[in-house]
Design a protein around this ligand. Sequence first.
Ligand code: SF4
Length: 91
Amino acid sequence: MTRPNIDHLERRCPRLGSVVSFGYCMISGEDNLPCWKIFDCWWETFDVDGYLKQNLPNPAYNQLKSMAETPRNKIGSIIEIINQAKNQSKD
Ligand code: SF4
């Protein structure tokens, strides 16, 4: 199956406050997964659920879906962003 080249699509990231590409969203999650908010952020632009279902291994898709459906509060999201920033600064 050919993966459509949609990595260049852009939107404002509600977590970072800046413009990011879909390609960034695909690699910015935990454990080499896409960001857990990817369903919320992209459903209005294209069938992101169908896209991820077709392009991620089944266990990865199921893990991401489960993470997306887990309620999170703002503090938890902020802590997650801080941890991501710390990990990225170590690279
Ligand atoms: S999916 Fe994640 S990284 Fe991408 S725009 Fe949404 S919150 Fe930001």
